[in-house]
Write a protein that binds this ligand. Structure first.
Ligand code: ZN
Length: 324
């Protein structure tokens, strides 16, 4: 599905089958002499077909097409290596992706160890790794990225787009801002009808803290339209940021309240309100539990940095407790 947003700006809906996100929004920006595709969907048949069908129906000259990737998740970077010429991508995340591709089992081993230390049952954690979209649908091809850093500008097809680094959802997530048109391509930094997943990362020591700072960083941008990486578009950036802040504050309160005794993140996770429909935590799918535990760790790290929570390691298990 293609939606014309403005002159020279199209939204292409890339389906994500059996995924609660439903679809990725790819944006095509530009006219005549150059086009930029923002995000691509996953490296899987359904995404590839939707993307190429849309680009062909828009009669895009592929030799004039470049790509911008907001962050390293498979639903954004999946087809980056095959669609266009130049691929713009954050310098920090380029390095992370290179390391992951050089030693994928080492990278996932570190992640697995952390989740197990936080109480995730080992068997379930191993099952999760077989299902993880980051493993199944990322291209394993090495891409020559054109690395960008905060403040860089991309001049393409009559648009001047500023790169704004917004770490939190991922280690060095990047948004694009068109100051003249007041358009904010927010990737997964600001989503409208769902809340971006803020999880534990081995590359950030306080991902929720970084995320809240990154919300502050874009709060005062002059924006008429927010174009997110998933679901619907929205005009009021500040109102949405205020809602997301309230959401995390409420979760921080729940996390603290759950600490009636020292607990692992796995034990705390069921006490927090998730955007999931279930009656019994046991029924929740392992993939959803994985994301919930990752978010719980991120909230605990934040509380620890604030001095409200401490942690101890007992028999290889990380336990959190309230500071007195
Ligand atoms: Zn995404």
């Amino acid at each position: 599905m293609i939606e014309k947003i403005a002159d020279g700006i199209y939204r292409i809906e890339i389906p994500l089958p059996r995924n609660p996100l439903k679809y990725t929004n790819s944006y095509l920006i530009g006219r005549f002499d150059g086009f930029l595709l923002v995000d691509t969907g996953m490296n899987r048949k359904e995404c590839r077909e939707a993307l190429y069908t849309a680009l062909r129906s828009l009669q895009i000259d592929f030799s004039k097409l470049s790509v911008f990737i907001t962050h390293l998740h498979a639903d954004h970077i999946g087809l980056a290596g095959e669609v266009g010429g130049e691929v713009f991508f954050s310098k920090t995340e380029s390095e992370i992706v290179r390391k992951m591709l050089d030693d994928p089992s080492g990278y996932w081993e570190t992640i697995l160890e952390t989740y197990i230390a936080n109480g995730f049952p080992e068997r379930e954690a191993k099952k999760m790794l077989r299902l993880h979209p980051g493993i199944r649908y990322t291209s394993m091809e090495k891409i020559e990225f054109s690395e960008v850093v905060d403040g860089d500008e991309i001049d393409v097809g009559g648009y001047l787009l500023k790169c704004i680094e917004t770490p939190g959802h991922s280690p060095a997530h990047m948004c694009l801002y068109d100051e003249e048109g007041k358009l904010f391509f927010s990737g997964d930094h600001v989503l409208i009808d769902i809340t971006p997943n803020i999880t534990w990362w081995p590359f950030l020591d306080n991902s929720l803290g970084s995320y809240l700072e990154s919300l502050e960083k874009v709060y005062n941008l002059d924006v008429n339209l927010v174009l997110p990486g998933h679901r619907r578009l929205w005009y009021d950036l500040r109102k949405r940021i205020d809602e997301i802040r309230r959401h995390h504050r409420a979760r921080l309160v729940e996390t603290l309240a759950a600490l009636d005794r020292p607990k692992t993140a796995w034990e705390i996770a069921p006490s927090i309100t998730w955007d999931l429909v279930y009656t019994d935590w046991e029924e929740v799918h392992v993939v959803q539990k994985w994301f919930a535990v990752g978010e719980t760790i991120a909230h605990l790290e934040y509380l620890q940095k604030e001095g409200l929570v401490e942690r101890d390691v007992e028999n290889g298990l990380v336990k959190y407790f309230k500071s007195c």
